[in-house]
Design a binder for this molecule. Structure first.
Ligand SMILES: CC(C)(COP(=O)(O)OP(=O)(O)OC[C@H]1O[C@@H](n2cnc3c(N)ncnc32)[C@H](O)[C@@H]1OP(=O)(O)O)[C@@H](O)C(=O)NCCC(=O)NCCS
Length: 180
């Protein structure tokens, strides 16, 4: 697993010592409700189980998760990952609520996309955002993702199917955005 670095952030392999920070961030329903698989409530054991799964999925080449760590104070403020689903790469990400609105998701996901396109040789990357998650829609729009369609996706935290916008970014478009 490479370590990715941006201006303010380090994206690195998640480790057991991150469990408390991950559990604290995901315990907030306002974070969990916008993710497909995070349960609510979410506790330390959930985080530890997730971290064990991360190792297993990476070994199978099915998912590459990165802890998002601030370079200034070393705090882990979220997580982002690239998942191989039915032959397609899809990204997921979250930032703990105290750190919203400072451009951290955009900065981290931009690095994750560079990993997907350059290291993993993806030709396209997919992302879905629930219809009521306007902040995430804006992050993806800023990075150049384009709307493809709409589908219903289950949310474990909400316990129901939610309308989800499907979006996609090609390697060419990502390259053009970076050059612009
Ligand atoms: C979505 C999320 C990752 C954004 O993280 P963040 O670090 O605050 O994102 P950024 O600061 O990089 O960008 C947020 C953008 O959304 C905009 N935004 C925030 N709230 C908004 C709202 N209610 N309506 C429209 N835009 C909104 C911000 O203004 C910013 O855009 P701008 O730079 O053009 O002004 C974070 O809110 C989160 O973790 N949410 C819960 C989990 C989640 O949604 N994960 C993604 C699943 S698809």
């Amino acid at each position: 697993m490479p370590q990715l670095e941006s201006f303010r952030l380090l994206l690195r392999e998640p480790r057991l010592g991150d469990a408390a920070a991950l559990a604290e961030g995901l315990a907030d329903y306002d974070v969990a409700k916008f993710l497909a698989t995070a349960p609510h409530p979410y506790n330390l054991d959930d985080a530890k189980a997730f971290l064990a799964k991360v190792v297993e999925l990476r070994a199978k080449g099915e998912a590459y998760e990165f802890a998002i760590q601030r370079k200034d104070d070393q705090r882990v403020i979220g997580l982002c990952g690239l998942h191989l689903k039915t032959g397609r790469y899809e990204i997921g990400y979250w930032i703990a609520k105290p750190f919203w609105g400072q451009g951290f998701a955009t900065e981290a996901v931009r690095k994750l996309l560079a990993f997907a396109f350059h290291d993993m040789k993806a030709t396209e990357v997919w992302a879905g955002w629930y219809h009521d998650n306007l902040a995430s829609g804006q992050v993806l729009r800023k990075l150049g993702f384009e709307a493809i369609g709409v589908e219903k996706r289950h949310s474990v935290a909400r316990g129901e199917e939610i309308l989800c916008n499907r979006t996609m970014l090609t390697r060419e478009h990502f390259g053009r955005k970076k050059a612009a």
